[in-house]
Design a protein around this ligand. Structure first.
Ligand code: URA
Length: 243
């Protein structure tokens, strides 16, 4: 195996995405040949013994790609120091170490991908690939044409202007609107903040689509399934990965 940076090696082992691996390294959780390493530039090969939290890790041979319908009240992470339930805890019977592709808020439900493929995760979550994400939002009040137009031009949030996004009213519930929202960025609580900016705070939020994938009606909250080969191929194409 070629020499590579420690964070890339950890992603290849299915420990976490490269970015999360960097955090683990900085936290002093990673050893190389018995020595704690906190420098990001460290290079390793297959001959080195790399441990995370004292457990040896090896590159994953088998790549797995899973879609889960994340319920509200579950964290999009692999562990929580406050003991809250994490999305990977819902997947039983898979021996590979999984981690989420991006995040959904604790109070958001819907389509989340889980994988042990670090390169896939990095590309699908990198802003330059602009993968469209689709959400169904129950929001306070009725949405007018002016706000739909503002959305389509992009809004200015406290962390800067957003890319143009799509807002479509698809239903009503009492005095509130049900809207489909499509964004191609992945900023923290972006959909909630965009809807708040046009004075329609979110009551309920569910992700229904990720790039070419749709959640559909077959997965109840908490249920999961492997992606089909065709679905994985579609995502690879969307992220510019050659198979
Ligand atoms: N935008 C949000 O506000 N929350 C999510 O969980 C995902 C996108």
């Amino acid at each position: 195996m070629e020499e590579m940076r420690l964070q890339k090696y950890l992603a290849l082992c299915g420990v976490a995405s490269r970015r999360s691996s960097e955090t683990m390294i900085a936290e002093g959780r990673v050893t190389v040949n018995g020595r704690v390493v906190t420098e990001m530039g460290t290079k390793v090969t297959g001959k080195d013994t790399v441990c995370v939290d004292g457990k040896a890790v090896k590159p994953e041979r088998n790549k797995v790609y899973i879609m889960i319908n994340k319920p509200v009240g579950v964290l999009s992470s692999t562990s929580d120091d406050r003991g809250r339930q994490c999305v990977v805890d819902l997947v039983e019977g898979v021996r590979e170490r999984l981690y989420p592709v991006g995040r959904l808020d604790y109070d958001t439900s819907g389509l989340l991908l889980l994988t042990n493929d670090g390169d896939f995760t990095r590309k699908l979550t990198h802003p330059s690939f602009e993968i469209w994400k689709t959400y169904e939002a129950l929001v306070k009040g009725e949405i007018n044409e002016g706000n739909i137009k503002r959305f389509s031009e992009g809004l200015v949030l406290d962390d800067g202007p957003t890319l143009p996004a799509l807002l479509t009213v698809i239903g009503h519930k009492g005095d509130n609107a049900i809207a489909e929202v499509r964004v191609r960025e992945g900023r923290n609580r972006q959909v909630r903040r965009m809807l708040e900016a046009i004075r329609h705070p979110v009551i309920k939020l569910k992700r229904t689509g990720f790039g070419p994938l749709e959640l559909g009606d077959d997965l109840r909250p908490g249920a999961w399934r492997y992606l089909t080969d065709a679905e994985v191929a579609m995502l690879f194409k969307a992220a510019g990965i050659s198979e």
